[in-house]
Design a protein around this ligand. Structure first.
Ligand code: 4AD
Ligand code: MG
Length: 431
């Protein structure tokens, strides 16, 4: 009896009769032979249909197969030194599940817009497999990191009554005659979680109506956000550093083959080790000015500034204490200099930009009320949040890591659009 296996498992079934279920991605024929390249999601393998080994029907069926036709194959696993997997299948029987229509994605090169329009099919290509497997591994590494350190997973809501990261990038929805917004960040809810459990995190989709077209911005992206009670800014940076080192190591160990397939230069990833350099915003501005970038003190950094800054370091850099005026309302002021916020960003090396934003939160009720007013935000939807400062307020801190930017960095991709299965961007809501 033939056993049903996946292509990744063929090596364990040398000489045995097996059943494979998959899709045809390429075919070559010569006289009495059809060479079928079959993929099943776990890998690809050559299946050889020899006229002398199969019935006439099976041989003709193989001839009619089009690219991406779905099929079931029964055959024998044979060693084949020339193949990349080391094996091939000698076909005994072949069942067609469906003959595919003319497949739009052919081996010739296609433009990005075309591929993006066919994203639902593009996901079948080897390059997308490699990227999305790395993504899946990064997500697992993030979750494992916090789970193993006794953080409690607290899911944040997607519909929210108030903004977290400024009102200019809110997606508004009609919530039974009330206004609701798609969440920009789970942070405020994680603060409630930290006061309840001490150490928490959330992992979910977040939304920003980003009106600019850049290679780092999506309108829907995934964020992992830890939040810890009794943690200060320095401790927050320690946590972010340890977290990123652990995730990068994990992916290098588990997904090296995929990174190599993507031709990622692994050297810079191997160098991601503690300690990461830590510089203040003011020092960062000095670096920019020395590099001839005319950056006024007080403005937030843009993508280009981040690239110039990151070039100074061989590993991620932590930039702390930005001017409060260019950051969100909830940040605690630096007691040493009231103009500054106790916040930090982590910039990835090699020009991949900010991957983490976070810091210490304002824990005084009066200060927080003042900041909400200063940012011209309506206080009513924040009453629950202010309660956290009324009932046992403590110093606390956390951060958010953007999954897609992290995938772009680790895979070495210039644009975030391939880092998520179905990207949502300014001009893309399809498929
Ligand atoms: O710096 P941000 O805006 O920080 C926050 O949302 C905090 N409330 C998080 C926290 O402290 N819990 O966003 C955090 C990260 C960025 O560093 C970036 O990696 C990613 O989220 N990010 C985006 N990724 C893709 N597309 C966008 N439009 C993004 N905006 C932010
Ligand atoms: Mg930020």
């Amino acid at each position: 009896m033939a056993v049903r296996i996946s292509i990744a498992e063929v090596g364990e079934h040398r000489g045995e009769e097996v059943l494979l279920e998959g899709w045809l991605y390429n075919k070559r024929s010569s006289g009495k032979l059809h060479f079928l390249q079959v993929r099943d999601g776990t890998g690809a393998i050559q299946c050889v249909v020899f006229q002398g080994e199969v019935s006439r029907e099976v041989f003709h069926r193989s001839d009619a197969l089009t690219q991406e036709s779905s099929l079931r194959i029964r055959g024998v696993v044979r060693e084949d030194k020339r193949s990349s997997t080391g094996y091939e299948i000698g076909v005994l029987d072949l069942e067609v599940v469906q003959i595919a229509d003319a497949y739009p994605i052919t081996p010739k090169t296609h433009g990005t817009a075309f591929l993006m329009d066919h994203r639902h099919l593009w996901l079948r290509s080897s390059r997308q497999h490699a990227i999305l497997r790395v993504r899946s591994e990064i997500v697992k590494a993030c979750r494992d990191y916090f789970d193993e350190r006794n953080f409690v997973l607290v899911d944040a809501p997607v519909f929210t009554p108030a903004s977290c990261e400024g009102t200019s990038t809110l997606f508004e929805t009609d919530y039974f005659d009330e206004k609701a917004y798609l969440t920009q960040s789970g942070q405020l809810y994680m603060e409630a979680g930290a006061m309840a459990f001490g150490k928490v995190y959330c992992f979910g989709p977040t939304f920003r109506a980003e009106k600019s077209k850049t290679r780092r911005h999506l309108t829907e992206f995934w964020m992992v956000e830890p939040e810890v009670a009794y943690l200060d800014l320095a401790g927050d940076m320690d946590l972010a550093e340890d977290f990123v080192v652990t995730v990068v190591r994990w992916v290098l160990e588990k997904r090296r083959a995929e990174l190599e397939y993507l031709k990622r230069d692994l050297g810079p990833l191997e160098r991601v080790a503690k300690p990461f350099p830590r510089i203040s915003y003011t020092e960062a501005v000095e670096i920019l000015q020395k590099e001839g970038v005319d950056h006024p003190w007080g403005d937030d950094f843009g993508g280009e500034d981040e690239t110039v800054l990151a070039e100074h370091f061989d590993r991620p850099v932590l930039v702390h204490r930005y001017p409060a005026a260019c950051k969100a309302f909830y940040m605690k002021s630096d007691p040493e200099d009231e103009r500054l916020a106790l916040c930090m960003d982590m910039l990835a090396p090699e020009g991949y930009g900010e991957i983490i934003g976070g810091g210490q939160r304002e824990d005084s009720l009066e200060e927080l009320e003042r900041k909400i007013a200063e940012h011209r935000l309506d206080e009513a939807p924040f009453q629950w949040y202010l309660d956290l400062r009324r009932y046992g307020s403590v110093p606390h801190a956390g951060f958010g890591l953007g999954i897609e930017r992290t995938v772009a960095w680790i895979c070495g991709l210039p644009h975030v659009r391939e880092t998520i299965p179905f990207p949502r961007m300014l001009q893309r809501l399809y498929p």
